[in-house]
Design a protein around this ligand. Structure first.
Ligand SMILES: [Zn+2]
Length: 340
């Protein structure tokens, strides 16, 4: 089969890879209907994260079950399924508490490479959720968004305790930040401030429910959030970047007693203890337990109540994955969908 492989920073190619096969009776093989490039794929692509030899890429996927292992009970061949970036058993104590991305048996999908024609999904019963029927093609991008960026934005909003009447600030205007805006709107936020300086992303944030746009960053951005909230800061702040600057911007935008949900994969972040101590902020985040939210998100999408697939502003055949990465790296595209 064909699949994207990262050979070195900036060098991504679609090459022949071995067809995946059932390795454990709990595995399933899916034929991908669509896959995509994640903001987090750009860390190794940019060389900020080490690349150790040729690595298959991709961890966002929707597709049709091709084959199920002998122990798989909840999904069967022919069904359209969605999973997330960690396979999980969905039965251990951590999973049952809603933290499937820390499942004691978790397996990273990224290592298996979902930017390909086929994918082996471990722990298929716990990982995959089937749609009621095979969805029409126009729903596929939104269902694919649920696999990571929507689920991650949703978790960020839950972690930041977004709710009715609250003022929410979102740091980061990538797909996750934009979908955190959508989540905040769904969860009833009164005011949603999107921090973005890119016009197409501001437009999408407003479509998803943002009420205010702040273009300033760092200290200037924090000052604007304070201006908009009677000097208090926001009740709920979502951090969707993962840098020192964005984490500090989020922390300083949170009012005392407020909540900050951080989902940008942290790179070189060190929070100053004294400032953390005096902030009186609640901090929660990490790799989103997307599996917890999948049934609800699939319902919202299939009933056409939300349209998170709008974050895909570039669609390419899988063979042109390199251009998909480049476009995102150069911020010409918010998010690239790949057709296997
Ligand atoms: Zn588990």
């Amino acid at each position: 089969m064909r699949g994207a492989i990262l050979y070195a920073p900036g060098d991504i190619r679609v090459d022949e890879r071995d067809d995946p096969r059932i390795e454990k009776p709990t595995d399933a093989i899916i034929r991908l209907s669509a896959t995509c490039v994640c903001g987090s794929d750009l860390w190794p692509y940019r060389g900020i994260e080490a690349v150790n030899g040729p690595a298959p890429m991709g961890h966002e996927y929707v597709g049709i079950v091709e084959e199920a292992g002998s122990d798989v009970r909840t999904v069967k061949p022919g069904q359209f399924v969605i999973g997330s970036f960690f396979a999980s058993d969905n039965t251990c104590e951590i999973c049952r508490a809603g933290y499937q991305s820390s499942c004691i048996h978790r397996e990273p999908i990224g290592a298996l490479g979902a930017q390909a024609e086929y994918l082996r999904v471990p722990l298929a019963d716990g990982t995959l959720v089937a749609t009621p029927e095979v969805p029409s093609a126009d729903l596929v991008p939104s269902l694919l968004a649920a696999s990571d960026v929507l689920g991650t934005g949703w978790f960020a909003a839950i972690a930041a305790e977004v709710g009715p009447g609250k003022t929410v600030a979102v740091v980061g205007d990538g797909a996750v930040g934009l979908l955190a805006v959508l989540a905040a709107k769904q969860l009833g936020a009164a005011r949603i401030i999107a921090m973005s300086r890119h016009e197409p992303r501001q437009k999408l944030a407003l479509e998803f429910g943002a009420t205010d746009i702040v273009t300033e960053r760092g200290g200037g951005g924090v000052a604007r959030i304070k201006d908009l909230t009677n000097g208090f800061g926001a009740h709920s702040v979502i951090e969707a970047v993962g840098t020192q600057e964005s984490m500090m911007q989020a922390l300083r935008s949170t009012r005392p007693g407020g909540h900050m949900g951080y989902v940008g994969v942290a790179h070189g972040v060190a929070l100053p203890g004294e400032e953390l101590f005096f902030s009186h902020a609640h901090l929660h985040g990490g790799p989103a337990p997307v599996r917890r939210f999948l049934p609800e998100l699939i319902d919202l999408i299939c009933n056409r109540q939300i349209d998170p697939g709008k974050v895909f502003d570039l669609e390419l055949p899988l063979d042109q994955a390199a251009e998909g990465y480049r476009a995102m790296d150069e911020r010409r595209a918010i998010k690239t969908l790949l057709h296997p």
